[in-house]
Design a protein around this ligand. Structure first.
Ligand code: CAA
Length: 240
C-alpha cells in the first residue's frame, strides 16, 4: 500500500500498534497525540514517521492540522479514529464534565477528523475510514454511560457515513475491541479487571497487535467490499 494514513492516539496503546502495522504495509503514517511528549518522541525516533500534536475534540484544530499533514506528507487515504479516553463512574456520581470530555474526545473527534479528510477522499474517489469503537458500545458497561454512549455513537456514525461514501470509493468500518492490554485497562482496579477477565471465554485479554491486524486488512484494497460493518474482537466475551 502507499499513501498517507492518519492514526489518532497513534503513539500509544492500540494506536501505536496500528501505526506500526500501517507503516509495515508501506503507508506514511501521521500519528496524532495530545499529551504524552515522551511517547511521541519515542514513536518518531523508533519509526522515523511523524507525530503531530493537537486536540481531536477541537474542530478548528483538526481542520488546520489535517491541512498541514496533507501539505507535509500528501493526500490522506486512510484515517483511523482511535483516540479515546475513559472517565468511569456510575451516572449518579458522574460530574457533567466527565460526560462532555468523553463524548467530545471519543465521538465528536470522529466527526471533526472525518470532516477534515472526506472532501479530499471524495474528490480522489478513494478512502478508508476505520473507527475504533468498543465492546462496551455494543453491550454497555457498569460505570461507563459516557464511554458506552460515545462508542455506540461511533457505530451509528460509521453506518451513516458508509452510506454517504460508498459510491465515492470510500469505505467506513468500525472495530469493537474487547479488553486489550493497554495503559487504559491497566488503570482499572485489579479486582474489577480480574472479574472481567473471568468473563472472557478466551481467558485472557487481547493484545494491541490483534486489533492492528484487523485495521491493516480494512485499510487494504482487499477489503474494498466491506462497508459500514462492525467487527468484534473480544475473545468471545460478547457476540452480537
Ligand atoms: N454490575 C453490577 N453491579 C456492579 C458492577 C457491575 N458490573 N460493578 C459494581 N457494581 C456494584 C458494586 O457491587 C457496588 O454495590 P454495593 O454498593 O451494593 O456493594 C456498587 O456497584 C459500587 O461499586 P464500586 O465499589 O465498584 O463503585 P466505585 O464507585 O468504587 O467504582 C467503577 C465504580 C469505577 C465504575 C468501577 O466499578 C469500575 O472500574 N468498573 C469497570 C468499568 C470498566 O469496565 N471500565 C473499562 C475501562 S477500559 C475500556 O473502556 C476499554 C474498552 O473499550 C473495553
Amino acid at each position: 500500500m502507499n499513501g498517507v494514513a492518519i492514526v489518532t492516539g497513534g503513539t500509544r496503546g492500540i494506536g501505536l500498534d496500528i501505526s506500526k502495522a500501517l507503516i509495515a504495509d508501506g503507508l506514511k503514517v501521521a500519528a496524532v497525540y495530545h499529551g504524552n511528549e515522551d511517547a511521541a518522541q519515542k514513536f518518531r525516533d523508533e519509526t522515523g514517521h511523524h507525530a503531530f500534536k493537537f486536540d481531536v475534540s477541537d474542530y478548528e484544530a483538526c481542520e488546520k492540522w489535517v491541512e498541514q499533514i496533507e501539505k507535509d506528507l500528501g493526500p490522506v487515504s486512510v484515517l483511523v479514529n482511535n483516540a479515546g479516553i475513559t472517565k468511569d463512574g456510575a451516572l449518579h456520581k458522574m460530574p457533567v464534565e466527565n460526560w462532555h470530555a468523553v463524548i467530545e474526545t471519543n465521538l465528536t473527534s470522529c466527526f471533526n477528523m472525518s470532516k477534515a479528510v472526506v472532501g479530499g477522499m471524495r474528490e480522489r474517489g478513494y478512502g478508508r475510514i476505520i473507527n475504533i469503537s468498543s465492546i462496551n458500545g455494543q453491550k454497555g458497561q457498569f460505570g461507563q454511560t459516557n464511554y458506552s454512549a460515545a462508542k455506540a455513537g461511533m457505530i451509528g456514525f460509521t453506518k451513516a457515513l458508509a452510506l454517504e461514501s460508498a459510491a465515492k470509493g470510500i469505505t467506513v468500518n468500525a472495530i469493537c475491541p474487547g479488553y486489550i492490554e493497554t495503559d487504559m485497562t491497566a488503570a482499572m482496579r485489579q479486582e474489577v479487571l480480574d472479574s472481567i477477565i473471568r468473563s472472557i471465554p478466551a481467558a485472557r485479554m487481547g493484545k494491541p497487535d490483534e486489533i492492528a491486524a484487523i485495521v491493516s486488512f480494512l485499510a487494504s484494497d482487499k477489503a474494498g467490499f466491506m462497508n459500514g460493518s462492525t467487527i468484534s474482537a473480544n475473545g468471545g466475551q460478547y457476540m452480537s
